[in-house]
Design a protein around this ligand. Structure first.
Ligand SMILES: Cc1cc2nc3c(=O)[nH]c(=O)nc-3n(C[C@H](O)[C@H](O)[C@H](O)COP(=O)(O)OP(=O)(O)OC[C@H]3O[C@@H](n4cnc5c(N)ncnc54)[C@H](O)[C@@H]3O)c2cc1C
Length: 461
């Protein structure tokens, strides 16, 4: 395949045009979001190009301690996935260089290895997008990025979609083109690391000397990495998937895949999950229900963050919600908590407290509880703006899968009615959908859920 043909792949964005430098020594894959070697379309593009140019490929990963809202919990999970990356890349004949701050510069690395072209991956959040823009300005060779963590390339959706109803048909029409089996492409020219080229060991605890937020402890119940993700996926496809439609809204059961932290860190890609689900021996309705979340809801979230620059603030709201909140801004709020009371799970509501504790203690909260949790933050905060900011702060701080498009879309759905429709008028919420303790807690065995979290809490003391 010619380079020109590869560049026409709709998953690719050409950030810095031009022809690959014929004098270049290699192809560099700047691994940012897609931290895996399995089913990684960005890596595949780098390897295809390397083979076309007759050059070796090297992946460069450089975590930094100043990633917005990241703390020790997140970095430990990220670090636990690195040995799998190194091992799997070697099966592709691809080199791996791991560096960290202050030795994290892609530009300096490129000066040392003289690439013909640099390939990156995509992440719609604003901070990593700025890094890519800066890289494009400073690199001396062409720079392309690949939308590697979605099934359908997000730029093909063209604009911000109103909701699942509008994006679903567009995604479904494009699935036959993109939900296809991937092949393991090996680099034909193996990478030989120059002796003096510095790289950390994949097993090194690179956070040891870092100055970073250590106030959120790592969670032992989660181990990162592609292997672990594949094993969780296999168990889920074998036994959990068939009951997904009936169990998924039961926080007291293990009714969902719990793959979100692995998706967030790119330890597994949506294609791998979708293929495993399609191949599973489970009822078609269960597969449909799961793929609706994995593809439609998840890619709706990516679409939201990519096309709405206010995604992490209440200003992302639709005009109907804006009008409605304006009418209710003076409503009396019978119960108001401060940020610390929320963080310490010191509210009058045992179900909410249990959800908050699940997140703080385990790094993950069940979807049904996340909806209730965020709705109550709106109800108990002095304003919509404060509620949004508190929910983002807590979610990003404690969830392993936080700082993700899904988190911003979930909070926007719960607090400002994003991707939802106007409901019945009521105090504080206006026309934004309401959830009560009675209605939510009555739909599943909330006593059992609260008891489970209580047990967990006692085990942590
Ligand atoms: C207020 C709020 C905050 C949220 N914060 C986050 C977050 O920080 N990170 C995060 O990944 N998800 C977030 N979600 C979405 C959802 O709750 C989680 O993705 C889900 O609970 C993860 O568990 P799971 O992997 O077992 O999901 P499963 O039910 O097994 O679903 C499989 C995958 O589909 C995707 N998915 C499932 N539900 C949704 C959804 N509602 N919206 C978008 N994608 C979905 C996820 O990638 C998930 O891993 C939030 C939702 C709400 C309402």
């Amino acid at each position: 395949m010619e380079i020109k043909t590869i560049s026409l792949d709709p998953r690719i964005t050409v950030r810095k045009p031009g022809t690959p430098n014929p004098e270049g020594e290699c192809v560099v894959y700047w691994m940012q979001r897609a931290q895996r070697a399995l089913d990684n379309p960005a890596l595949d593009v780098a390897v295809e190009l390397g083979n076309e140019l007759g050059k070796p490929v090297v992946a460069f990963l450089a975590p930094v301690p100043f990633y917005p809202h990241a703390n020790l919990r997140h970095y430990r999970f990220l670090a636990s996935g690195i040995p799998d990356i190194a091992e799997e890349l070697s099966k592709h004949n691809v080199g791996f260089v791991l560096r960290t701050y202050p030795d994290d510069s892609l530009i300096k690395f490129c000066k040392q290895v003289s690439p013909a072209i640099v390939i990156g991956d995509e992440n719609p959040l604003s901070e990593p997008e700025q890094w890519r823009v800066r890289a494009a300005q400073h690199l001396k060779v062409p720079f392309w990025t690949v939308d590697a963590d979605v099934v359908v390339p997000s730029r093909l959706l063209g604009k911000e979609h109103y909701g699942a109803r509008t994006i679903r048909p567009r995604l479904q029409a494009l699935l036959p083109q993109f939900l296809i089996p991937t092949k393991l492409i090996k680099a034909r020219t193996p990478w030989n690391k120059p002796r003096d080229l510095h790289s950390l060991s994949p097993h090194e605890d690179f956070t040891a000397g870092w100055s970073l937020d250590r106030s959120v402890s790592p969670v032992e119940n989660w181990q990162g990495g592609t292997r672990r993700a594949i094993s969780i996926l296999a168990d889920f496809a074998k036994s959990g998937l068939r009951n997904y439609p009936k169990d998924r809204n039961h926080p007291e059961l293990s009714g969902t895949s719990r793959l979100s932290p692995y998706l967030h860190f790119g330890h597994i890609g949506p294609l791998t999950i979708a293929h495993a689900v399609q191949a599973a021996s489970a009822p078609a309705a269960a597969k449909r229900a799961f793929l609706e979340q994995l593809i439609v809801r998840r890619e709706l979230a990516v679409n939201f963050v990519r096309y709405n620059s206010y995604y992490d603030s209440f200003e992302c709201l639709e005009p109907w919600a804006d009008r409605s909140f304006a009418q209710h801004s003076g409503d009396r709020r019978p119960i108001v908590y401060d940020e610390e009371q929320l963080e310490q799970a010191e509210t009058h509501d045992p179900l909410w407290n249990a959800a908050q504790k699940q997140m703080v203690l385990t790094g993950w909260m069940h979807n049904y509880m996340r909806m209730y949790w965020a709705k109550k933050i709106l109800e108990w905060s002095p304003s919509v703006a404060t509620a949004y900011q508190r929910a983002v702060w807590l979610n990003d701080r404690y969830e392993l899968d936080g700082r993700d498009p899904n988190g911003y879309a979930g909070i926007a759905w719960a607090i400002v009615g994003k991707h939802d429709r106007p409901w019945f008028e009521r105090p504080v919420f206006g026309q934004v959908r309401y959830m009560s303790l009675a209605s939510t807690g009555g739909k599943f065995d909330s006593k059992s859920y609260i008891a489970q979290i209580g047990k967990l809490e006692r085990a942590h003391v």
